[in-house]
Design a protein around this ligand. Sequence first.
Ligand code: BES
Ligand code: MN
Ligand code: ZN
Length: 517
Amino acid sequence: MTILELTTSCDPRLNVDVLVLAAAHIDQTPVLLTDGVVNQGLDFTALATALPTTGFTGELDAVIRVPSSVLGSDVRAVRADSLLIVGTGPGLAAGSGDETALGADRAGVLRRAAGCAARELAGMDSAAFLLPADDLDDLRAVTEGALVGAYAWSGRVPAPTAPLGRVVVATALADSVEASAAEARAIALAEATALARDLVNEPPNRLTPQTFTQRARAIADDAGLGIEILDEALLREQGFGGIVGVGQGSVHPPFLVRVSWVPENPAQRIALIGKGITFDSGGLSLKPPASMPEMKSDMAGAATVLGAVLAAARLELGVRVDAWLALAENMPTADAQRPSDIVTMRDGTTVEVTNTDAEGRLVMADALARAIEDKPDCVLDIATLTGAQIIALGDRVSGVMGTPPLRDEVARCAAEAGEAFWPMPLPEHLRSALETPFAGLRNADISSRAGGMLVAGLFLREFVGDVPWAHLDIAGPAYNEKSPWGATPVGGTGAGLATLLALLSDRGRRPPSEPLR
Ligand code: BES
Ligand code: MN
Ligand code: ZN
């Protein structure tokens, strides 16, 4: 893990390899951001003058490395050999309303810039981040961005270029209590994000429901979390027809795992449900070849809730968190479920499986039904659930549906955490897509793709009773097949973790006497 240090010291001889600065793109030219920067006694005038002649314009995610000699007369005082300037695009003043709601407010832009810089510095030992960080929101953004951006998939063979080894953040707040809290939060978020990304990147021949369960057990043991494991025999015995049905076509049997953080006198009890399809071939409703490789990421929801409960424990949050991992592999072998099979779910609902590729809602519904038996104060599920999410919102904006107050709370927490979640409706008229003459519900309307993300949300709604509920569809954002951007690498992204952590810590602070929604 990348080491994080905060410093107020104005000593220009900071013992690091690189100094990181940010520049905005204003009137086609780069403008160095120096407000709120602990400048270590350095004079950036020469750099600010030279920057426009380099071809670097300060555009979002652009970076330039320059030798530290551009600092002119100060150069002998600087240990670092080079500077990295990262572009923020337009300045840090609030952007459009939509961008702010999508997490790209001032803090979001700083988080992205710090993340981009840290990502670009892979292979280096150390860097000092001289970014605006003299108020707490800015400091949080810079520390979180830098640590989350400093990532490489630890399972890769041959080994990847090592992530940046040490992040030093210069801030006037360094010795305050709030700064240590921000530091702890950044470390916990980065650890959880790396875990989620590592799991998503792991190929499905190496990450089966069983090996995922073993990883969860090792993490639970290490972090002092409770764990309960239901294997296939128990799932059958206890009526989890959805999970068993999806898993029965695979030689790797399904599991349902509960990982719990239980503090003393918890303010609330929150259930998190994660979709954990270790590979989604579509089953007998087979996917086309081009859609398949990405389906190793179909367990991203489970990886995210495992990361979230780990972070809750590391930060000793005041809420009880039960993370449910609904793990199965969706394969089309001889005993696979057939389109038209009818399964009986944990809560007794019968479901006609009209499309075996709509498997996520089957495993999620069983896990939701089980989770609400414990009477949580609220339940959040997160899943790479529908291709329709990508059609509707693209691959960087997730959808959030559910009980309106909780749905909007998720969107708010996301914006604060620098993530993009957009509230989507659950229109009653679409509920008829789930009707069938043969069972209580069907899992898909094979004749219409209209509102596919919302229909999936309506299906899940059937299983949450009257518990406040939010459904997070991260199908696009969970996995980055294109170029890296901001703190987001190629492959698993950890999308949703910062949002869940923001919500959990928020609710951990709320006194138990306050009425719950
Ligand atoms: N795992 C997929 C959704 C998905 C698609 C995630 C693309 C990430 C990228 C899910 O199990 C699925 O196949 N959904 C179907 C549902 C349909 C059959 C009702 C879909 O979206 O096509
Ligand atoms: Mn599917
Ligand atoms: Zn799936």
